[in-house]
Each structure stands twice: as structure tokens, then as C-alpha cells.
Design a protein around this ligand. Structure first.
Ligand code: PLP
Length: 457
């Protein structure tokens, strides 16, 4: 048993939370999550909550997996830490790098045989910025510095990560973006399509914004384009099918590197080990984190395709970059155990062939709800647009914070769902059963009804 009030008092006295307005917590106190199992978490008052966000999109294998704890324990007793700097290495890091290379399929002749490790998605994207610029320097094109990203993207909270990201609220704090990072619009049909424009036409037009930006910057100055396969934190923005093939054509035409930020989308989330498989494009670098350990311990990294690895290794000399915890043996041992578990239970296959299609079917039913303008799914991520008028697609006045009202109902009803403006999003653990999907859908409908009632009263 925990004394909730005492913990909340200590929390507000000492703990500066990430992405939290402490003013809003005053007097209310943060919800204290104390334990978890399978797809549920419990708070300090004993309430059971269905975690439809897998923590922060990361607990792919679900909570309470003893073998991950055992892997950490065994590794801590054998070799809790050693670094990979200055010509040393460790067994779990080597094994994990080889395992990841074996899971990344070859596309269009491009292979991923090398991995650079970090402890998070943000650090990995900082690594990308440095690696991409180093690559072009080594090729004698140091003027290629500009990295193009997208508005409303999320690539992390470090200076480079937040700059690559396209969140205006983050740019406004801390004088961002840093130089040589620029953004294009996101491929969001709901927000950005012309009246009557088909998804296919819109997808091609949205990809064309990349070409326009390359020409505006000057193709000889562009180093790379970075994007999430499906934008996650921006509100689960699923691109039309025509988008990625056209992006591929453009990066090929101008010879620029393509970075696929798969921090959310890899490790089964979209029904594949890596998300580029789903959309069929050919990245040069892949950012990963979160699902690689199912969030049990921090680990991230960059899968480095042959095009970049060859130059770095053969022409590079020392790459002056690395983190104390790059290739941390305990994190790598947990990742190996997690990937073995995911392989054994075929979690990517379940998402592709079983629970993914079932979620899509059940989620589509929400389109009939009076509040729902669109209900979209891709693998095991999904998003709902809450609208004032389904016919005209009129949105609510943002001052009403309808998404937050809905999130509040979820919170009280034992469901964790995230609100991004008036989009409600989910990314549940990949171990969910069909019965649990039904249970989640029941809770979602209950919360949508309660939100509608609030708006009518
Ligand atoms: N990239 C993407 C696509 C993400 O969703 C996130 C985190 O949500 C990050 C990068 C940053 O990862 P981290 O929070 O591990 O630094």
C-alpha cells in the first residue's frame, strides 16, 4: 500500500516532470502508477487501467515479462558495465548488433549490417545529424549540411532532436531549430488536402513538397531527409500509399540520404520488424529505441546502411562521437531477450495478420459515432479525429479542448488514451488479445459518449 498524498507531496516538492505543466498539477497531484502486468497498470489507489498507449509507445511485449528481468539480472552479475570506446567491445552488444542486422531485410540492394548504439531516440537522432554531415564531409561535399524534416514531426528533445522535430511549441523554447534544419508540411489528408482531393493525389502532392524544398535550398546543399513512417506524437498521421514511393523517387533523384525514424514504428508496431518494409522504401539510416527493449531499459541506436557505413569505415578514421552507455551490456542483453520473445510469439506477425486487422475492423466502427470525423488504423497504432460537424468536417473551437475532455473521461474510466489537440490516439501492447481489443473498444465508446454528453450540456 502506498500513501498517495505523501508521494504526491514529495513529487510536487522535488520532481520536475517532462512535458508537464506543473501549475496544472498543483492541488490535484500526479497519478501515481505503482505496478503493471500484461496490458494493465495500477495506480496507488488500486485502480486498474488498460494502457492503450504501451507506456510511451514502447511496451510492445506487454508488462511483467519475467525473462527480461532475468536477462538484466544475469548480465548485471556477469558484466554490469563496460564501454565500447577505444577498441573494446562486449558480448551482448555484439550479439544484438548482429541480431538487428539479421532482422533488417535487404531492399533494393541496400543492406543494414552495422549498428551504432545510444540510450534513446533523441540521442540516436543527434547521432544521425553528426553521421550524415560526417558522411558528406568525407565525400568532399561539406556544403551538404541541410536536413529537411516535417512540421509536427517528433524526433526527440535534445537540441538536434527537437530541431529536427516540427513542434512549434518546442521550437519556441530554446531558440530552435539549430541552423541548417528546415521543414516541409506533413502528409495529413484531413488537414492538408484540397476539397475533393483523393488520398492518392494528395500523397503525391505532399511528397512533391520535398522536391520543392530541395530546389529552394539548392540540391547541392541538402544532406538528408528525415521522417517517421507514420507520424506518432503528431497525432498518428498515416500517409497515403502514394506518399513513400514518391519520396523515394525524389531522394534518389537528388542523391540525398533518407533517414527513417522508426522509434515508434519498428519492432512489430506496424506488423513488421522495421516499418520501411511496410511501405517499401529504402532508407540509408534507421533510428530505433523504445520497442527494442519493450521499454524495460533505455536503449536506442541507428541502423547504418551500407552506403554510409562503407564510407565511415573505409574512409573515416575516428568518428568523434559516442555515449558512455553506447552498447551498454545490460540494455543489450535485455534487448536480445525481448527480440527473442517477440520472435517466439511472432508479435509482428500477430499484428500483421491477426490483431492488427481486427483492431482496424473494430476501430472503423467508430466512424459511426457522432463525434468522430475519421477513424484510422495502421498496424497497431490508431487515431480518431473528434469533430463538431461530420458533414462539413468543422472542428471544435480549440479553446474547448475537446481532446482533453475526452482524455479526462478515459482517465477516470480506466483507459489510457492520448489526446493530440482533438485527435485521440492509441498504440497498445502487441500482446493484446481480441477480447482485450473488445474491452478497449467498449471503454473508448463509453468515453466518447461521455464527452458528447458534456458538450451537449
Ligand atoms: N523519434 C520518435 C519518432 C519518437 O516518437 C521519439 C519519442 O517519442 C523520439 C524520437 C525520441 O525518443 P526518446 O524519447 O527515447 O529520446
Amino acid at each position: 500500500q502506498h500513501d498517495t498524498k505523501a508521494i504526491q507531496a514529495l513529487d510536487s516538492a522535488h520532481y520536475l516532470h517532462p512535458f508537464t505543466s506543473h501549475g496544472d498539477l498543483a492541488g490535484v497531484g500526479a497519478r501515481v502508477i505503482t505496478r503493471a502486468d500484461n496490458i494493465y497498470v495500477w495506480d496507488s489507489e488500486g485502480a486498474k487501467i488498460l494502457d492503450a498507449m504501451s507506456g510511451l509507445w514502447c511496451v510492445n511485449a506487454g508488462y511483467g515479462r519475467k525473462e527480461l528481468a532475468d536477462a538484466a539480472y544475469q548480465q548485471m552479475m556477469t558484466l554490469p558495465f563496460y564501454n565500447s570506446f577505444f577498441n573494446t567491445t562486449n558480448v551482448p552488444a555484439v550479439q544484438l548488433a548482429a541480431k538487428l542486422a539479421s532482422l533488417a531485410p535487404v531492399v533494393g540492394g541496400r543492406k543494414f549490417e552495422h549498428v551504432f548504439f545510444s540510450s534513446s531516440g533523441s540521442e540516436s537522432n543527434d547521432t544521425n545529424v553528426r553521421m550524415v554531415r560526417r558522411y558528406w564531409d568525407l565525400l568532399g561535399q561539406p556544403q551538404r549540411k541541410v536536413i529537411i524534416s516535417r512540421h509536427n514531426a517528433y524526433h526527440g528533445s535534445t537540441m538536434a532532436g527537437a530541431s529536427l522535430g516540427g513542434m512549434s511549441g518546442m521550437h519556441a523554447q530554446g531558440d530552435l531549430p539549430i541552423p541548417n534544419i528546415t521543414h516541409i508540411e506533413q502528409p495529413h489528408h484531413w488537414d492538408n488536402a484540397l476539397p475533393g482531393e483523393s488520398h492518392a493525389d494528395f500523397g503525391r502532392r505532399a511528397a512533391g513538397w520535398l522536391e520543392e524544398k530541395i530546389l529552394e535550398v539548392g540540391p547541392e546543399k541538402v544532406a538528408a531527409f528525415i521522417a517517421e513512417p507514420v507520424q506518432g506524437a503528431g497525432g498518428v498521421i498515416i500517409p497515403p500509399e502514394t506518399y513513400w514511393p514518391e519520396i523515394q523517387r525524389i531522394v534518389d533523384q537528388y542523391g540525398i540520404l533518407l533517414i527513417s525514424d522508426e522509434v515508434i514504428c519498428a519492432f512489430g508496431r506496424l506488423g513488421h520488424w522495421f516499418a520501411y518494409q511496410k511501405f517499401g522504401y529504402r532508407p540509408d539510416l534507421i533510428t530505433f529505441a523504445k520497442g527494442v527493449t519493450s521499454g524495460y531499459i533505455p536503449l536506442g541506436g541507428v541502423m547504418v546502411g551500407d552506403r554510409v557505413a562503407k564510407v565511415l569505415i573505409e574512409q573515416g578514421g575516428e568518428f568523434n562521437h559516442g555515449y558512455t552507455y553506447s552498447g551498454h551490456p545490460v540494455a543489450c542483453a535485455v534487448a536480445l531477450a525481448n527480440l527473442e520473445l517477440m520472435e517466439r510469439e511472432d508479435l509482428p506477425g500477430r499484428v500483421k495478420n491477426d490483431i492488427g486487422p481486427y483492431l482496424a475492423e473494430r476501430f472503423a466502427e467508430l466512424s459511426d459515432h457522432p463525434l468522430v470525423g475519421a477513424a484510422e488504423t495502421c498496424g497497431f497504432v490508431a487515431g480518431l479525429v473528434l469533430v463538431k460537424d461530420k458533414g462539413t468536417r468543422e472542428m471544435f473551437d480549440p479553446a474547448l479542448s475537446v481532446g482533453m475532455i475526452c482524455r479526462g473521461h478515459c482517465f477516470r474510466s480506466g483507459l489510457i488514451m492520448r489526446a493530440v489537440g482533438d485527435r485521440m490516439i492509441i498504440a497498445p501492447p502487441l500482446v493484446m488479445t481480441r477480447e482485450q481489443i473488445d474491452e478497449m473498444m467498449g471503454l473508448i465508446v463509453k468515453c466518447l459518449d461521455a464527452t458528447l454528453d458534456d458538450l451537449r450540456n
